[in-house]
Design a protein around this ligand. Structure first.
Ligand code: URA
Length: 233
């Protein structure tokens, strides 16, 4: 890899600022000042800037227990961002694999591996996402049975041209349900319940495919995925 790219990957410097730093003789490779940005370096080289050794971060895979009031977005708006909860270098490069609304809690997978992310979110994969839902109005008896059938058959949501893909609804109580989706339309769970005249008051994602939210993680906490979890997609 070129030295200017190595510096932009491992520090806050852009490639053009990296070139300027080299010009100011701030960059060393294996103890020798290097000014040529095209110099090839790899993991066997000791690259330093202003005396500090730099290491490539590589690909990272984490699960976050997203609390309410945190946004799955790249740009700061009103709320703190999911990647700001991950205390890793360059955490802004960790992108959520499928977003949750700001008020939704639960499992968010985050990675800087775009191909892995695509394998999970690709509609062809039909990866199952499990949501725990709390409803404003009771849903029971025949109405519950109708909702189960309707969600199984597909619902035409406002503004959409295609009905939703088959979704499995299980009632856990009069106001509590589990919904399994194999796609991820915008606000899909809330819009599906709105389509049957109900309102979601609390929404929590408990799993994505074979990866379940680690119950030892409190809201706001995260951990690296195991090799097995990463390999499961
Ligand atoms: N469906 C929603 O409505 N919101 C989410 O955050 C996720 C799925």
């Amino acid at each position: 890899m070129r030295l200017d790219k190595f510096l932009s990957d491992t520090t806050d410097l852009t490639r053009s600022l990296a070139k300027k730093a080299m010009h100011r003789e701030e960059v060393m490779v294996d103890g020798v000042v290097v000014k040529n940005p095209a110099t090839q370096v790899g993991s066997s080289n000791d690259v330093s800037w202003l005396g500090q050794s730099l290491a490539l971060v590589g690909l990272r895979y984490v699960m976050l227990h997203k609390p309410s009031g945190v946004e799955c977005s790249a740009r700061r708006g009103l709320y703190p961002l999911a990647h700001e909860l991950i205390e890793l270098p360059k955490s802004e490069r960790l992108n959520p694999v499928g977003r949750l609304d700001v008020d939704t809690t639960g499992l968010v997978l985050m990675t800087d591996d775009g191909q892995w992310s695509h394998r999970i979110t690709s509609p062809k994969r039909r990866c199952e996402k499990v949501y725990e839902v709390t409803l404003d109005e009771p849903l029971e008896g025949e109405a519950a049975q109708r909702a189960i059938e309707m969600f199984q058959d597909g619902v035409l949501l406002d503004g959409e041209e295609q009905p939703t893909k088959p979704a499995e609804l299980e009632m856990l109580g009069t106001h509590r349900a589990r919904l399994v989706l194999i796609e991820g339309k915008y606000h899909q769970v809330k819009r599906m319940f709105a389509a049957i005249g109900n309102h979601v008051t609390d929404l929590h994602r408990s799993s994505i495919g074979p990866i379940a939210l680690d119950e030892t993680l409190a809201p706001g906490e995260w951990r690296h995925l195991s090799e097995e979890e990463v390999g499961s997609f």
